[in-house]
Design a protein around this ligand. Structure first.
Ligand code: ZN
Length: 357
């Protein structure tokens, strides 16, 4: 790729020149997506754009195919891909309205049966799931953009006729209901307990869906106070004796992990968070036990390479130690960096994981 090629490529991207489709692809590092030149999406900033000669090159660079322009369809894999790509744009524009499968099939010029089948084959979800997902995304965006906003109004704006339908969806999609998302845990029940481990006292809080609090300290009282403050509106109760079977199993895994008998700790997490925190925390869960990454590697990993400081503060804001392994992130210099629960604990955790790995 010569400099003059790159100039031409950038010109084609700015003009959304679909005549250049197939000659090259461009990726946008800030969104983690790659496109064909004719993509109808917003023109990215030049400094965030990288050019590729094949989709495979872009994928090797960690980018995924844009859902709007479907660059992979250019490789000729699926005859329906263009129509489905058009349909995706239609859904994005009209997610706030009542859309039926019949509307979509008319729009695509495909029978409902073919529509369902090819949509699923190309995107991995049904049109209905894609639409629901769009609505949840738009709903989340509207809550985040205006924190004083009435949840019911946001529900109607996102195209949900009745609030109960969104509550069902959002519960599986966000890991929390819209009210919980906004309200400091109102309406959720948290069962909690304190245990002594080789790293000191630990207080755990769990909803019926996963851990919402796991923190270390020198004595349980202060930790409990911190937990109550994190979820001021939740209802708390002490863990019953004997504890539920699931919880006993989590605890057994936790002790094995801390003692270096189990390599990784995968426990269900149910925690309220901003979209950005969720993105960082999910990424942290993908860092293998026994290895560490720097804050800037994490920022690159989530496709937002300039967000290093935001990544550091998302790590510092973690409320569920170990299950969201923020201890696997260190400074670029190789120093340990900070840890909410003390550097000595961070050092022990990293050492233990290395030994087991
Ligand atoms: Zn695109």
């Amino acid at each position: 790729m010569t400099p003059s090629n790159v100039e031409q490529f950038w010109e084609a991207v700015q003009k959304r020149d679909s005549g250049a489709d197939g000659t090259f692809y461009y990726g946008v590092v800030t969104t983690g997506v790659f496109c064909r030149p004719g993509c109808p999406g917003r023109t990215p900033n030049r400094e965030n754009v990288r050019f590729y000669t094949t989709p495979a090159d872009a994928e090797r660079d960690g980018l995924r195919a844009c859902l709007r322009c479907r660059p992979l369809a250019l490789t000729g894999a699926d005859p329906w891909a263009d129509r489905i790509a058009g349909l995706v744009r239609y859904i994005e524009r009209h997610a706030g309205e009542a859309i039926s499968l019949a509307d979509l099939s008319r729009e695509a010029g495909l029978s409902p049966y073919h529509l369902q089948r090819s949509f699923r084959a190309i995107l991995g979800v049904t049109p209905k799931q894609y639409l629901d997902n769009q609505r949840v995304e738009q709903f989340k965006a509207s809550l985040r953009n205006d924190t004083g906003r009435d949840v019911t109004a946001a529900i109607y704006d996102a195209g949900y006729g009745s609030s109960s339908r969104l509550y069902e969806k959002a519960d599986t999609r966000l890991g929390m209901t819209p009210m919980e998302y906004r309200s400091g845990g109102r309406g959720i029940e948290i069962t909690h307990t304190a245990v002594e481990t080789r790293l000191g006292w630990m207080v755990l809080g769990a909803t019926d869906r996963g851990l919402c609090f796991l923190q270390f300290g020198d004595e349980p009282g202060a930790l409990r106070t911190a937990m109550f403050a994190e979820y001021p509106e939740a209802r708390f109760s002490s863990m019953p004796e004997p504890a539920p079977v699931d919880f006993e199993a989590w605890m057994a895994r936790l002790h094995r992990y801390l003692d270096g008998q189990e390599r990784d700790l995968r426990l269900p997490v149910h925690v309220s968070a901003t979209a950005f925190q969720l993105k960082v925390w999910r990424y942290l869960q993908s860092i293998p036990s026994g290895s560490v990454q720097s804050y800037s590697e994490v920022a690159q990993g989530i496709g937002q390479p300039t967000a290093v400081r935001a990544v550091a503060s998302a790590c510092a804001g973690n409320r569920v130690a170990l299950a969201i392994p923020c201890h696997r992130v260190i400074r670029g210099s190789g120093e340990l960096g900070g840890y909410r629960w003390g550097l000595e604990r961070k050092r022990v955790l990293i050492d233990t994981e290395r030994r087991v790995a």
